[in-house]
Design a protein around this ligand. Structure first.
Ligand code: IMP
Ligand code: MG
Length: 184
């Protein structure tokens, strides 16, 4: 799916496929450097982080095992509450390992802050976070995000893993939707 397929549903492209690819390559070089000689485990958060993980992991020179978690946060309506339920847990034992959580976007950061605490409590040697996108609202949470791809404005975005009602995850870029999409 690309911009042509979106027609008038697409408002604006915020981050192009080329910008994403170039940034993930830079971030992979940083991670390769920082984790040289360590026991790195990549933990992707389903489903949004699938594209980021696929492209980021392939840019790494080290062979980093990957595992996945699916979580849902209880909340009223669209607000994330910070109370989290595990829908799918890790298969790997994180004890003594250097965990890098791979995320698509950090908005309120509530889910992520729970996840970091949860993985630390399981005895991981270290827990760091890599995210492709970060919104200004993320500044309110005290999660230290080690690797950030792009700081974006406080708008609802879709594409490259991010959805609106499960749609648009398969766009190769990150963009915003026209108002009429939300109205329908
Ligand atoms: P949180 O508010 O940081 O806990 O965000 C939790 C999740 O909400 C993210 O991992 C995304 O899956 C989703 N999310 C937040 N902002 C957006 C957005 O702009 N578009 C699509 N999904 C989003
Ligand atoms: Mg997510």
């Amino acid at each position: 799916m690309d911009a042509d397929d979106m027609g008038s549903d697409l408002a604006e492209v915020l981050v192009t496929a080329e910008q994403i690819a170039a940034r993930l390559r830079e971030m992979a070089a940083e991670v390769d450097r920082d984790y040289a000689g360590r026991d790195l485990l990549l933990v992707g958060v389903l489903k949004g982080a699938v594209m980021v993980m696929a492209d980021f992991a392939r840019e790494l020179h080290g062979s980093a095992p990957m595992d996945w978690m699916a979580v849902s946060s209880y909340g009223s309506g669209t607000k994330s509450s910070g109370v989290v339920r595990i829908l799918k847990d890790l298969e790997a034992d994180v004890t003594g390992r250097d965990v890098l959580i791979v995320e698509d976007i950090i908005d309120s950061g509530l889910t992520l802050s729970w996840l970091v605490a949860n993985l630390r409590s399981r005895g991981a040697a270290s827990v760091e976070v890599l995210t492709l996108l970060r919104k200004p609202t993320a500044a309110k949470v005290d999660v230290d995000v080690r690797y950030v791809g792009f700081d974006i404005p406080n708008a609802f975005v879709v594409g490259y893993g991010l959805d609106f009602g499960e749609r648009y995850r398969n766009l190769p870029f990150v963009g915003t939707l026209s108002p009429h999409v939300y109205a329908s």
